[in-house]
Write a protein that binds this ligand. Structure first.
Ligand code: BGC
Length: 526
């Protein structure tokens, strides 16, 4: 069978239950965790392009930009490791925090992890809003990062566990939607604060991070924990009652039994970190490592962090730069809705594949445009309107592609393929890898732009090709499969079978689905 097109689900499992109002509201509230992450992504680019902020904390960059020291080479204008450290330090903190968050999430539940995440973020927002020197800025960033680490560890898992399996994709993606709302809100705030006459606009931008933090803390305090987590912590009766409530049906026995079995399996494992490295979990380990790696190597965060800087670099004025990043923020947000409405109908693979192709085409167009205009020496001359339009449109189409593919799926797929026994550990790997490479992009992007010039986008496009092939060959479809039944999909996949099928195990009855244009279903003994 051609690479990765077979998927499987066990027997005729299809738990009763509907999308209840309770689950819907609960998931929306939990997904607010994405707001704090998004706010942060969106705020730093605008702040680091504000002259008053640069003058106070990074005077050397300020001098270089304002006084045009260093000649006319646009590619290198903003290159400063200290400045990028401001943006990227947060992601290092998030990386470390996610390891601790994995323990808290497993032992104390998903809810505590979320409340903690919001609280740490709140402290960071206050410290940054009051910052007097660079040290305070970095300390604030560290707290914000810890908040993001805890939230990103727990929220996607919470959503995947709460949602009925048929709607899991859409509900999980509300997390990504709230990331994009956070980014957009931050872009908007930057747009207004940058115009403040008193020179303190950056303070408002950084301090207002407290608003999404408070929303998230209050929301999480009101949330119930997931049945999976209650069972994991020995609260069986409460878990069954909770399951009845969230599924809106009396008979939840089958799903409940499966959750209990998953928990018994999970209890046998003393060291989930060591366990996830074993051969049996190889497919999960590969995906929780490579999906976040590739998500960052799409190059999306170049636009999210540095859109205003980037637009300035290609010759836009201050206002036009902030306006253009606002436009990309809107496109990002609206396009996420496309995936929410399609992911449970058409599946994950098609979105991944289409998104990859679209991003690649846009990257080629952007490279050609920037290359023709700036050449090697980075001197653009006069910037015509039509040229600026082509670049902005290509960037928007690229952002849309990411927003309905790798953006939301980068959080959904890892959180739904992990069995309970390695779920917290696996999600930590996912968050850590995501944060390492978010850090990497934030830290080296300005340096890369200075060195690679217009070839920068070629660099990312090579990865886009690689990730699209990776998905095509290796990822089975996970749409419509209950989360605790996910183990079956690997057994029917030609590449993963040999890792997961226990040679002593009796053959099981597995339903295989062949994913072609229209889905054909056949059943066979494996
Ligand atoms: C990614 C972020 C990115 C955001 C953009 C998220 O899924 O993890 O790194 O900035 O999408 O919307």
């Amino acid at each position: 069978m051609a690479g990765g097109i077979v998927i499987a689900a066990s027997g005729n499992k299809g738990y009763p239950g509907k999308l209840t109002c309770k689950v819907f509201v609960t998931c929306i509230v939990a997904a607010m965790g994405g707001l704090i992450f998004g706010y942060d992504i969106g705020i730093s680019g605008g702040v680091t392009s504000m002259p008053q902020f640069l003058k106070k904390f990074f005077p050397d960059v300020y001098r270089k930009e304002e006084l045009n020291i260093g000649g006319t080479n646009q590619y290198c204008k903003f290159n400063s490791q200290k400045l990028t450290m401001f943006t990227s330090s947060l992601y290092l903190a998030a990386l470390v925090a996610s390891w601790f968050a994995s323990i808290v999430t497993r032992v104390f539940g998903r809810k505590i992890s979320m409340v903690l995440g919001g609280s740490l973020f709140l402290v960071g927002a206050i410290v940054n809003g009051l910052a007097k020197n660079r040290l305070m800025l970095y300390i604030g960033r560290a707290f914000l990062g810890c908040g993001v680490g805890f939230a990103n560890q727990s929220v996607p898992v919470y959503l995947s566990e709460m949602a009925p399996y048929k709607y899991r994709g859409a509900l999980n993606m509300v997390f990504q939607l709230s990331i994009t709302i956070g980014i957009l809100a931050a872009n908007l705030i930057n747009y207004f604060t940058s115009k403040m006459k008193n020179g303190n606009g950056w303070r408002y931008s950084l301090g207002l991070a407290a608003v999404p933090a408070v929303i998230f803390i209050i929301g999480s305090l009101c949330l119930p924990d997931t049945p999976n987590s209650l069972i994991e912590r020995g609260k069986q009766e409460e878990a069954k009652e909770r399951l009845r409530k969230i599924r809106g049906v009396e008979n939840v026995d089958e799903e409940f039994d499966d959750l209990v079995n998953a928990s018994i399996e999970s209890k046998k494992i003393k060291h989930p970190w060591a366990k996830i490295l074993s051969r049996k979990y190889r497919p999960q380990l590969i995906f929780v490592t490579f999906i976040p790696f590739f998500q960052q190597l799409t190059g999306m965060n170049v636009f999210m962090f540095y859109a205003p800087v980037l637009f300035k670099t290609i010759g836009f004025g201050n206002n036009a730069s902030l306006m253009s990043s606002l436009i990309t923020g809107i496109v990002n947000c609206v396009s996420t809705l496309v995936s929410i409405f399609t992911v449970d109908r058409f599946g994950r693979r098609i979105l991944f594949l289409e998104g990859g192709v679209q991003m690649f085409i846009c990257q080629v167009i952007i490279t050609i445009c920037v290359g023709i205009k700036f050449g090697i020496d980075g001197n653009p001359g006069v910037l015509e309107n039509w040229y600026a339009m082509v670049v902005v449109i290509a960037i928007c189409v690229y952002v849309a592609a990411f927003a309905w593919s790798w953006g939301p799926l980068g959080w959904l797929v890892p959180s739904e393929i992990l069995p309970l026994e390695v779920r917290s550990a696996g999600q930590s790997v996912n968050v850590s890898v995501n944060m390492i490479f978010t850090f990497f992009i934030a830290q080296v992007f300005l340096e890369m732009m200075c060195k690679l010039k217009f070839g920068l986008f070629i660099f990312f496009s090579v990865f886009v090709v690689a990730m699209t092939i990776f998905i095509y060959v290796l990822l089975p479809e996970t749409k419509g499969i209950p989360i605790e039944e996910m183990a079956e999909i690997w057994k029917a996949h030609p590449c993963w079978r040999k890792f997961v099928v226990d040679r002593n195990e009796k053959p099981t009855n597995v339903t295989t689905y062949e994913m072609t244009e229209d889905v054909k279903v056949e059943t066979k003994e494996v």
